[in-house]
Write a protein that binds this ligand. Sequence first.
Ligand code: FAD
Ligand code: NAI
Length: 462
Amino acid sequence: MANYDVIVIGSGPGGYVAAIRCAQLGLKTACVEGRETLGGTCLNVGCIPSKALLHASHMLHEAEHNFGKMGLKGKSPSVDWKQMLAYKDDVIGQNTKGIEFLFKKNKIDWLKGWGSIPAAGRVKVGDEVHEARNIIIATGSQASALPGVEVDEKIVVTSTGALDLPKVPKKMIVIGAGVIGLELGSVYARLGSQVTVVEFLDHITPGMDGEVQKTFQRMLKKQGLEFIMGAAVQSVDKTKTKAKVTYKLRKDDSEHTLDADTVLVATGRRPYTDGLGLDALGVEMTDRGQIKTDGHWHTNVKGIYAIGDAIEGPMLAHKAEDEGMAAAEVIAGKAGHVNYGVIPGVIYTHPEVAAVGETEDSLKAQGRAYKIGKFSFMGNGRAKANFAGDGFVKLLADKETDRILGAHIIGPMAGDLIHEVCVAMEFGASAEDLALTCHAHPTYSEAVREAALACGDGPIHS
Ligand code: FAD
Ligand code: NAI
């Protein structure tokens, strides 16, 4: 039995970052992980592998659609799926090994196995019970189940199975037009699958800016994805090699079926806290199965903290990381802090979609007066040169004070561009502050400046 200042349960972006920061702050730290490798959902079956497949399939798309236009002639590459999966696995391996290296460097003990909390101050892993003054729960999330749908991870898959299919399916049905459905749907559409997305609501990507939603769906349709909107999936029936999806259209209750080789269920994720023993400890939960925490990531049980997908808030790796650092700082007696108003969200399709802060809808709901500065990538020289003129930057600023309240970008490198606005928001900047900042030419980021100019006297290039 070992004695620690902190034991972190789960080594995803929340847990491993918390463990590293605890160790850096001089706390004797261990991290429990039940998987074979460190890094959690994000590194093993989430952010990293999906981005590897998005990158590879985007390269194919560029070769097929844009190389010829630039005078790069010759046959487009064919897909060696096994090699593409091997590339993806190699990327995962490099990243998970990287965390193992960081653990050794920071003298963090990796307690291998599934952990539980038999009592406050104790963590059980296998037959061993360890003592810890503080415990951080960072056990993440898992795919939500859909009533009437049995996942086998072969024909009917969650994102985990979709990242490791034995072959590229001819026909794929994606249930849910959220982030996972559209990212992985894009991968397979680019690789030649006929992809149909079945969505319950009348719009894609709930919570996103309405104009972005419409533009995004139009672009995805152009890329070959088909959409059936307002459709409630009733059941998925499997044969040995195929599946049949039955859905009802909400507008008239009519029932329809669709066949596919693969069905991806992407209807959300839920916190994973199974086997921790939280009930017996009396840890308070929300009615959505999230661990309740106070402003300092502390649960109602002394010495037990929780972070990441297991608690409330957006299920994003960087949100989990920020909470991991902040919780470590709180435990070390410092002032840990996360600004939940400035957490960007990015969809890594092509083009990328990125958002931070308020939407028009959220501002209207608060009754706040705002102005919009919008600029199309059509007016951006770099974007035009790179066949990336479709899309726009939309900045929202307070009507009176000009303070930036949010930004919504659909276009090239949107996931990187958004951070300029994040920094500006952290500093409480006005749209004019951004507009007065010299931006290098020719860069995509000039479009962000032009949107800021559009909040004032007007953009130059439109
Ligand atoms: P997790 O990463 O889920 O890690 C939890 C870890 O805890 C797991 O390794 C699990 O094995 C371990 N664990 C659980 N219970 C125990 C126990 N009792 N004992 C020991 N170990 C335990 N987010 C982004 O920001 N950007 C993206 O591009 C992105 N892409 C994604 C793509 C996909 C396909 C998916 C599924 C998710 C994606 N996400 C993305 C979301 C992101 O992966 C999560 O928000 C993030 O991983 C949450 O981190 P976490 O540390 O809270 O939990
Ligand atoms: P999601 O919440 O983004 O989208 C789920 C979609 O499924 C919604 O559009 C919803 O209306 C729809 N839906 C729900 N029930 C349905 C039904 N019965 N029939 C048809 N449609 C239905 O969830 P998703 O895509 O599974 O992602 C889970 C989490 O993972 C997200 O919270 C996201 O934050 C995270 N993630 C983040 C990524 C990123 O940051 N790039 C990438 C992938 C995942």
